[in-house]
Design a protein around this ligand. Sequence first.
Ligand code: SAH
Length: 345
Amino acid sequence: MDWDCKSMLPEELKILAAQMGEKPFRASQLFGWIHEKNVCTYDEMTNLPAAFRQRLEKEYPLVTLECVRMQVSKLDGTRKFLFRLEDGNVVESVWMEYHHGNSVCISTQVGCKMGCRFCASTLDGWVRNLKPSEMLEQIYQIQRIMKARVSNIVLMGTGEPMDNYDAVVRFIRLISHEKGLNISQRNITVSTCGIVPKIRQFADEQLNVTLALSLHAPNDEKRRELMPIANRYHLDEVMDACRYYYERTGRRLTFEYSLVGGKNDAEEDARQLASLLKGLNCHVNLIPVNPIKERDYVQSGQKVIEAFKNKLEKYKINVTIRREMGRDIDGACGQLRKSYMDKKE
Ligand code: SAH
């Protein structure tokens, strides 16, 4: 098998059990221990035969993460976790408390190759993809530490989900599985910089998750200045793929727009954005850019942000300004990992 045990779907565990001479119900027990009870070792799976457990331990060691650092925001209870993977790499995840439940933002890759100019995750490049089990473990570990259930998941940490496509789709099937944590797909959001063929493929997976598209500019020229991916796919192709996603899933689209002072925050940009999104069932999330020290981008002033929002509302676009969470704890994508790595070096 290509995947570790924790990354396998129930039907694959059945095949594995059969190969080891075990009955199919052993696979269901195993799946329940891993994904519903979230135990960390085979030893704890007390109703499985000892020989089966020993063999699994040897041939399919369970993937677990180790929490190496946690930061707690004094402002709003947001927590940032830094997890060490088995090969020594580290990834970060964020816990946020909202009135509608607890939300976790997970990473999908170690580093990122997309190169968005304002993003800290991409500064040191891409190292490797995360396995489904490593994405699951970010949530399982946080639930263990917080002793609370997670109800919402956003794939908005380090990495480009559509650049680790198979593992991400598998992760969604596992985390939403009725015999696992059973987190509703409606409560899962996948954020992408806009890899067009993958968005189309994703639309056909028969999943019920929200797609968030990182737009950040109302035209190709401005978008290319902020996001290298815009050289590969034009906005009209990206918008077509988004429309296709909506047709196939019926899920309202989210567009993320990070406001960068003097770059994409003029009222004319808002007007162009409104015309780009006209007629779409969508919601715009304005994110005041979180400045990183490696770049000289600045946040737009409060007045400019309000004016941008008002302009969109005038054109009947649903829009909210993202509430900044955890401002005091290296809130933006990849900042905690980067500060940890820089200190180590
Ligand atoms: N690769 C995915 C997920 C990454 S991060 C994507 O591109 O969508 C989630 C969102 O945060 C993206 O919209 C990303 O562009 C944005 N983002 C990253 N760094 C930021 C920063 N410093 N300030 C504001 N938004 C940022």
